[in-house]
Design a protein around this ligand. Structure first.
Ligand SMILES: [Zn+2]
Length: 308
């Protein structure tokens, strides 16, 4: 039973003109492949989410997707909805904004989108906005703005999970200072295993552990390894990132956040139907059933219970 912390299927459907309920040779995520992968729920990112317009278009696409009965989706708004998915053999979809640029300074839109079912948001998508500073800006000094700190506090009050993936280090540490609830890095790996700027340094991983948050392992080939070619990346490379996080903060702070449909992934985890392969590999290489339950879903369920 998998909860995937980050997929870009909404964006991929928009670009690739394929139908969600039909198994496709293109992209990484659709209903048949989610079922083969044993995925009970996934975060569905609205990307881009830089402007009003992006978000309005994304939210429209989101409701078209989850309200279509052919898609067998449940819009997850509370933890109990995930139980409902299990019983009804449906897949849970969690609404996530990948970036906060489309939110207004007064946060009226944040509260409205929460009412529409927004349950998780990244503060920036690698770029700079009025709230936060992303990792691709090269900015060292600018972190969260005053408004960004207010945003984190209001997200926590409403029950929207704070996601630090794509932030620069200064913004990350500002979140650590402001946050009172667990926060997540929904799709990031270990920098000491693979020195890509999107990955987390050891002290950042320690801080996420300290906050009782979790880190979703990202299958993007570049984040998994800056040295190996795509075709040379094996399940062992993915396990190295999990092992590193477990070594630093233990089993309660590592999850899965594939980035399917948003990244180039290695062939060993070619699409979302390949999750059982990874789980079997981890089971054969030192992770027991209880530990795997935490990685695959229990850690995310804990965060949802605490944040929502
Ligand atoms: Zn991303």
């Amino acid at each position: 039973m998998i909860i995937d912390g980050h997929t870009d299927v909404l964006y991929a459907l928009f670009r690739q003109q394929r139908e969600f309920h039909v198994e496709s040779p293109h992209g990484h995520v659709d209903l048949p492949r989610l079922r083969k992968g044993g995925v009970i729920a996934a975060f569905f990112a609205i990307f881009p989410a830089w402007s009003d317009y992006d978000i309005a278009r994304g939210v429209d696409a989101w409701f078209n997707l989850v309200e279509n009965p052919n898609n067998s989706l449940v819009h997850i708004k509370k933890v109990e909805d995930i139980e409902k998915c299990k019983n009804e053999e449906k897949v849970g979809a969690i609404l996530h904004f990948e970036g906060s640029g489309g939110i207004d300074e007064d946060l009226y839109k944040l509260r409205s989108y929460h009412r529409l079912g927004l349950r998780s948001m990244g503060l920036s998508w690698s770029n700079l906005n009025k709230f936060a500073t992303g990792v691709a800006t090269g900015e060292k000094e600018r972190g969260l703005t005053y408004l960004g700190k207010k945003l984190v506090i209001e997200m926590e009050r409403l029950g929207i999970i704070v996601d630090v993936s794509h932030l620069n280090e200064r913004s990350f540490w500002d979140v650590v200072e402001v946050a009172n609830k667990p926060f997540i890095a929904s799709h990031s790996n270990s920098f000491s295993v693979s020195n890509h700027e999107r990955n987390l340094k050891d002290d950042q991983i320690l801080a996420i552990g300290e906050a009782n948050g979790t880190i979703g392992i990202n299958f993007c080939d570049l984040f998994l390894s800056t040295k190996l070619k795509n075709e040379d990346i094996g399940l062992d490379t993915i396990k190295n990132h999990i092992d590193k996080i477990v070594e630093l903060v233990g089993i309660n702070h590592v999850s899965l956040g594939s980035d399917y449909d948003g990244a180039s992934v290695p062939k060993v985890v070619k699409d979302i139907s390949y999750y059982p392969e990874l789980i079997t590999y981890l089971e054969e290489n030192g992770y027991n059933k209880q530990e795997l339950e935490k990685i695959t879903h229990r850690n995310f369920l804990r965060i949802m219970k605490e944040c929502w």
